[in-house]
Design a protein around this ligand. Structure first.
Ligand SMILES: C[S@@+](CC[C@H](N)C(=O)[O-])C[C@H]1O[C@@H](n2cnc3c(N)ncnc32)[C@H](O)[C@@H]1O
Length: 288
């Protein structure tokens, strides 16, 4: 498939950029991208099917009425969200619709922007990138579709509403915002250490296979990955339940058009573990 991701290419970019990349995210991407080489084949687990379906419904509706659909991806770990979006667009309207997308990726960290830019070039799809804190970001024009997957937990709790309100102002009059986040509390378990170990194992194999990467670099990266265990961001509780979630989006001048709650499998396997049982996926429009 034309828009398939290349987790190895993502990891190699991460390694080559490691000295200057991920300085603003506590090595969140370095660790996640190296770890995901392992889980790439299993990635369509959890809420992704429901999230993609919400994206499909919104994009189809927008594509039926607009010549060009302006899309903002607000935060991204790797190429996953962009790849899903392109595949959905291609399924709905073929290359003609892919060519009608005007996509901007916003993140405070350079790593996902560089990785997605390389992926977009491979796919022959133009991509705009904006490196900024969401709260200070002023995208050029309004978005018809905003995609936020697992980003609300990263808004600082005391400013969550400010962030949501600010992102809501980027929506066009007919625009739709799709947001997914866990419901309830995500208890801390020892999964961060497991994730870090997976990333380090993958990194070690990659370095051994590449003669231009040396042991000194490996040691420096492992040190950073181990420290990233301590610094991983994200609030453990964002929305207690469906009502709190809806009230919060509504308080940010958004109207919740549809809300789906996905029950997740919390049983553990070697490559897959979840710390919460439910995920909320909303499609919102502007309330005003
Ligand atoms: C958990 S990731 C969301 C990724 C999504 N779940 C995925 O699968 O791609 C959160 C992203 O938001 C970015 N981020 C967090 N807080 C931010 C902020 N205040 N301003 C800009 N970017 C931010 C992080 O760098 C990270 O890439």
């Amino acid at each position: 498939m034309k828009y398939e991701e290349d987790p190895l290419a993502n990891a190699l970019i991460c390694i080559s950029e490691y000295e200057s990349g991920c300085l603003d995210c506590g090595d969140f991407h370095l660790r996640s991208i190296l770890r995901r080489m392992h889980v790439a084949a299993n990635k369509k687990t959890g809420d992704l099917a429901a999230f993609n379906e919400a994206t499909r419904v919104a994009l189809k509706q927008l594509a039926d009425t607009l010549s060009f659909v302006k899309i903002g991806i607000v935060g991204s770990t790797d190429t996953g969200l962009l790849a899903n979006l392109l595949m959905i667009a291609h399924e709905i309207g073929g290359k003609d619709l892919v060519d009608r997308l005007d996509i901007t990726l916003i993140d405070r960290c350079a790593t996902p922007l560089i990785i997605c830019q390389a992926y977009a070039e491979r796919c022959g799809v133009p991509l705009k990138t904006l490196r900024s804190d969401f709260l200070r970001c002023a995208p050029d024009g309004q978005f018809d579709l905003i995609i936020m997957h697992g980003v609300v937990p990263f808004f600082p709790a005391h400013k969550r509403l400010d962030y949501l309100r600010h992102v809501a102002t980027w929506l066009s009059d007919e625009g739709m915002l799709i947001s997914s986040t866990h419901l309830g509390t995500k208890p801390y378990q020892n999964t961060d250490a497991v994730r870090t170990k997976m990333a380090i194992d993958n990194l070690t194999v990659l370095v051994r296979q590449n003669s231009n990467l040396d042991d000194q670099m490996l040691a420096a990266m492992i040190e950073r990955l181990e420290a990233s265990c301590e610094t991983r961001g994200g609030e453990t509780t964002v929305f207690e339940n469906v009502e709190t979630a809806e009230t919060s989006y509504e308080a940010a001048a958004l109207h919740v058009k549809s809300h789906q709650v996905v029950q997740l499998d919390t049983s553990e396997s070697e490559t897959h573990f979840r710390r919460y049982k439910q995920r909320s996926i909303v499609t919102c429009v502007r309330a005003d």
